[in-house]
Structure formats: C-alpha cells, structure tokens
Design a protein around this ligand. Structure first.
Ligand code: PBG
Length: 357
C-alpha cells in the first residue's frame, strides 16, 4: 500500500515537503547563480609555466600533450599569446644540456645561461606587462637529478650521499641573484632546503634587489605527480646518484598537515611574499590551512601529473576537458589560492573569455 508513503499535500493538492529553507531558490537561474557565486577564477590569477631549451626549434613533450620545450623565439610567441588572453605571469623551467650538468650545478648561476637569457628577452619585449618568475633549484643542472648538492663522502644515511643543506643554499643564493640581475620579477625557490628563503632575501637585498619578490614553495610534497615534468626536463633523481632515487629527505611527506604550518611560519619569518602549495588538487586542505593561518597570498601549483591526468581522460572522451579544467581551477581558488600555476593557463584563459565562470 503506497498511500501511506505519500507526502502531505498543499492547498493545490500537490506533494509538499514542508520546509521554509530551500537553498535551490538561489540556484534557479544563471543570473541568480552568478549573483551568489563566492569565488571566481580569472586569467589574472594564472601563472603559465614554460619549458625552454637551447635549440632553435620548439619540441613537443609527449607526456604533456599541448606543452612544448620552447626555443627563445617560440617562447616569446607563447608569452605574447598568453598576454593577449590576459595571462600576465610566466614561470620558466630550463632543459639543460647534459654536458653542463654537475653535482654542484654551477651552470645555475651562469649569467649567460639559458634562463637569464630568456628572462632578459621577455623583459625586453614585454616590460612590466609580464611578470617573469624563475624556479630556484638545482635539479635541472644537477648530474645527480637532485635539488641540492650531494655529499661526496658517502657517509650519509644508509651509506648513500646526503643532500647538503647549507652548501646548497649557498648555490641557490647565487642562482637567485643571477636571475634577479637578468630582470626576474619573482624568484621561486622550489628546493625545500631549510633556511633558503631568508638567505635568498638577504642576498637579494644586499645587492639592491629589494623589489624582487620571493614566492616560497612552502609546502612542496614528495609527490608522484611530478613525473611528467621530470620527463620533460630529464631531471629525475638518477639511478647513478649516490643519493636515494627519491626526494624524501627534503620534500614533505604526503601524510603531513601540521608540518606545512611549521614550514609556513618559517617562510613568513624569513621574508617570503607568497606561499605556494604543491601539488594542487590532492592538497586542497593544505592550501586552506595556509590561507587561514597566515596573512600572505597563497599560490597553488597544478602540477604536470594533474595536467596529464586531465589530458589523458579528455583524449579518450571520458571527461569534458573545458568543464573539468575550469572547475579544477575554480576549486583551487575556493580552497584559498589567489595565484594558480597551471600548464592550462593559456587554454583556460581562452575558455574563460567565452564563459560564465
Ligand atoms: C624542481 C621542480 C619540480 C617541479 C617544479 N619545480 C620537480 C621536482 O621537484 O621534482 C614539478 C612541477 C610539475 O610537476 O609540474 N625543483
């Protein structure tokens, strides 16, 4: 007997779930939804990571469809196209020739190196219209595939080489200074050595670069989602290295939340201008934590593995790429990030132009 299950009836004899609050009233039209939407992601929130190499032609990156290793000419073209769509920040990642790599990564502060030349070329062409960020870390320059200098004495944990913190910080300061001299607006240390933000701040200030910003990769986790990036730059920890084939002695453990707050308070104290969380979507709780517990703007890195997953599903027709990407970026913003580094930056900005998100 279904009669006993039926709902109460209103005066028109229609089913009636008696309730005064109906949240769906605020969702009833596009105009209503636009009015009450709490967060928006715009092209001005996006930072476009660009891979560069010292060749005359651009080269496709197989594991990151739509991304290329750029020549200087194709890089400038790409920056111009992104700018025309409202993306005003780029971050550069170099693929360094094997014969220029070494354990101490001296090439990272060569004033005639690939990155300083690229920075200078972008600043010359676009001036203050585009902010150039540089990644400060040794891995593209390291013949060990590590973000730091590896001890040569072999007395580290388990007999393997240790990553030498303070020796590395010395190199990072030279690298940051080299980038600043070339015209970088923002340096972004991604190495996770202790004390590097303060040391870089002091090195920049002592040389007159008080206006160069530091975006600290504050909570950078030892993540499997960096795989495609390391393939693109041939920068993965080497099997031949004396150090372990992972970055767990410096990047954070994915199980840790409170440790991110410690890293954040250190970076704030050392003079960081923005705090980054990386990867992005698997770490939304960390973005929220840093947003709520510090007073600095938060940056999120939607990393190569996250990009590759969306691309792979989209290529198979399993998701609507445009909808999934714009939703992903909006969710990073909602979690508390004001800037989002994403390989989708240019594409997303183009989609946003015809979008109601
Ligand atoms: C290098 C660096 C990495 C990424 C950004 N800077 C790789 C790593 O730490 O191994 C990863 C970015 C991505 O996966 O998109 N320090």
């Amino acid at each position: 007997d279904t009669a006993s299950l039926s709902l109460p009836r209103n005066s028109r004899n229609e089913p009636w779930v008696e309730q005064r609050s109906r949240p769906r009233r605020n969702r009833k039209t596009d105009g209503m939804r636009d009015m009450v939407r709490e967060n928006l992601v715009l092209p001005c929130n996006l930072v476009y990571p660009l891979f560069i190499h010292d060749e005359t032609h651009a080269e496709d990156i197989a594991v990151m469809p739509g991304c290329q290793r750029h020549s200087q000419a194709s890089m400038l073209r790409e920056v111009g196209e992104a700018l025309a769509l409202g993306v005003r920040h780029v971050i550069l990642f170099p693929k360094i020739a094997e014969d220029l790599k070494s354990n101490h990564a001296h090439e990272c502060y060569n004033p005639d190196g690939l990155v300083p030349r690229a920075v200078a070329a972008i600043k010359e062409r676009f001036g203050s219209q585009v902010s150039v960020w540089t990644d400060v870390a040794l891995d593209p320059y390291s013949d060990q595939g590590h973000d730091g200098v590896v001890s040569e004495d072999g007395n580290g944990d388990g007999g393997c080489g240790r990553i030498l913190n303070d020796v590395t910080v010395d190199m990072l300061c030279r690298q940051a200074l080299c980038h600043a001299r070339a015209g970088a607006d923002i340096v972004a240390p991604s190495d996770m050595m202790d004390g590097r933000v303060g040391a870089i701040r002091d090195a920049l200030d002592a040389d007159g670069f008080t206006d160069v910003s530091i975006v600290a990769y504050t909570a950078k986790y030892a993540s499997a989602f960096y795989g495609p990036f390391r393939g693109a730059l041939d920068s993965a920890p080497r099997a031949t290295s004396r150090a372990p084939q992972n970055k767990r002695t410096y990047q954070m453990d994915p199980g840790n939340y409170r440790e991110a707050l410690l890293e954040a308070s250190l970076d704030v104290g050392e003079g960081a201008d923005m705090l980054m969380v990386k990867p992005g979507v698997p770490y939304l709780d960390i973005i929220r934590a840093l947003h709520d517990n510090t007073d600095l703007p938060i940056s999120a890195y939607h990393v190569s593995g996250e990009y590759a997953m969306l691309k792979a599903a989209a290529e198979r027709g399993w998701i609507d790429e445009r909808e999934a990407v714009l939703e992903t970026l909006l969710c990073l913003k909602r979690a508390g990030a004001t800037s989002i580094l994403t390989y989708y930056a240019k594409q997303a900005a183009a989609w946003m132009q015809g979008s109601r998100r």
